[in-house]
Design a binder for this molecule. Sequence first.
Ligand code: PTT
Ligand code: SF4
Length: 627
Amino acid sequence: MAGFKGGWLGKILRINLSTGRVSVQGIDEHYAMKFIGGRGFAVEILWNEVKGVDPLSPDNKFIVATGPLTGLFLPSSGKVVVAAKSPLTYGYGDGNIGSMISARLKMAGYDAIVVEGRASKPSYIYIDSETIKIFGARDLWGRGAIETDVILRERHGDSVGTLVIGPAGENLVRFATTISEFGRAGGRPGMGAVMGSKNLKAIVVDGWKDIPVAYPDKLSELMYEAIKKLKESPQYDFWVRQGTMATIEWSQTNCVLPAFNFSEGVFEQYDKISGETMEKFYKVFRKGCFSCPMPCGNISKNKTGKYPGTWAELDYENVGMLGSNLGIGDMNAVIKLNLLADDLGLDTISAGGVIGFAIEAFKRGILPRELVGNVKLEWGDDSTVIQLMEMIAYRKGLGDLLAEGTRKVAEKLGGEAHKIAMHVKGLEISAYDCHTAPGMALAYGTSPIGAHHKDAWFIAWELKMGRDVVSREKVRKLIEMQRIRGGLFETFTVCRLPWIELGFPLNYYEKFFEAVTGIKATLNEFYEVADRIYNLMRAYWIREYTLMGVKWSRQMDYPPGKWFEEPTTKGPLAGSKINREVYDKLLSWYYEERGWDEDGVPRKSTLAKYGLSEVAAELEKHLKLTP
Ligand code: PTT
Ligand code: SF4
């Protein structure tokens, strides 16, 4: 644990699947404090080691990274970041998954794993506190993610941590995700495809060692205090009953529930797929991540009606994108689709996004019949969505095209297709329609992995501040959210929901950090790390795009034309669309606040301010930086 009093273990495990070589890289306190963990470690590794490569080639690296609090008995500390250069966006890609692999990895003695190369045959990695093995996985290849997880647990014990892929990852679907514990998913921008490209079916970790902690007594005192605080929250009971599913009603009320490929912000049948409907008729039990006192996993089952006996873990994004966005107002169908996505290893958001795009493009005559074949593309038709999800995962017929993701399909179709292709930087938009919310559109536009709400679920703030408010204050608030959500939580790799949903005070993370690592640091210092990482992620995108011959410009940070040009037609805010000048003004303020130029490229002085002068020097080999 060279130099560390606790929290970090000082070891990054490197496994090269081409050569079978295993090595351990040491990290010191300077490095740990500069990047903290999770996404911080991931982007540093990708910047230095993954340059100009095809994301599906052996030269890409698949990273699983924890943070200093991971695996300790602190509220909601069972999360882990999975990252790689994205085969969907060709930029920086990551996801955050709640899985026992987070804790088991720390207990095996490592802060992170970096998987390099490509195995010559289907394989899986097994790690425990003593050994690292690479096993053949021919018997698992082709199996669903859920069945694979069951088999691995029978083989290695039920308490292991797992990360697996389904057929979508094996077949290199560009939005294949990783799956764990039958209903957790992480790595929207194709992290499952990166595993598949390495012939890697799964990673199984079974560490049991104690994780060193600087001040254990202080930590256990804080843990009890925090749990008490969470359970006393007035929102606690409702949260554990509905979790993120309560957002369906909230989004409908606020006209941001995506419907018909983000053409509308309301859906007539929302109540059939709402949190209340789930709670009353479908939920059978609740499940949580490791060390979570506020479990939000809604395990829901079709007790009667269509697809009887089918169960899945429901979350807002899944239901919004596979339900309302496809015109499906039937919870039985949504449960079936959710389970199918988990088993195939498809990201629900991108699957719902690309299928919604295909239906709309076909109806508008943009997607020609010869590419569609005999698939019946209609809103609200779950049997077609089932068919398409399978065709995508196995890359058959139209599915082979859709497996490339919305951006590539729109590029192939040409003409007006780009206007209704609902993505930013290649990542399909998660479940908030922004016709009425320019600030939330800016959050999607500037998210460092493409259009995902992870870094800034700004919509709630925007409603508080006023949708029509166009101010620097709004932009500053968005950046503050990105620092907390995309910086603090993604480097500590702990769940952000205690803070957002139950109002858990942020200053506790200073206290946890000190008790665990022995280092006193303030939130402002963590936000400075967040800014460093944001600049490095941005530099990564710019370098990789420049190397592909694509000139970086502010257009990269624009949401699709539909939100600017095609107003909504339903609900109390019918007729809404975003004003392009307003968006541009917000974007320019955003760049100024971040210290980036008018094209969204970090200035040389900004990179220097965050200790990234070497990054500036490298970028300058490819383009001219503003001083
Ligand atoms: C996340 C994205 C989300 S965000 C959802 S539901 W959400 C979708 N879930 C999918 C799924 O399930 N199956 C599937 N095949 N694809 C899916 N794609 C979608 O992926 C998630 C919770 C949730 S539920 C949210 S908001 C919070 N996200 C956190 C985050 O990002 N960081 C953090 N520090 N804490 C968070 N806490 C919450 O965790 P991605 P999970 Mg996920 C079935 O992975 O790539 O980041 O995309 O992690 O373990 O499922 O928990 O309304
Ligand atoms: Fe996992 Fe939900 Fe707990 Fe967060 S609140 S750690 S997502 S169970």
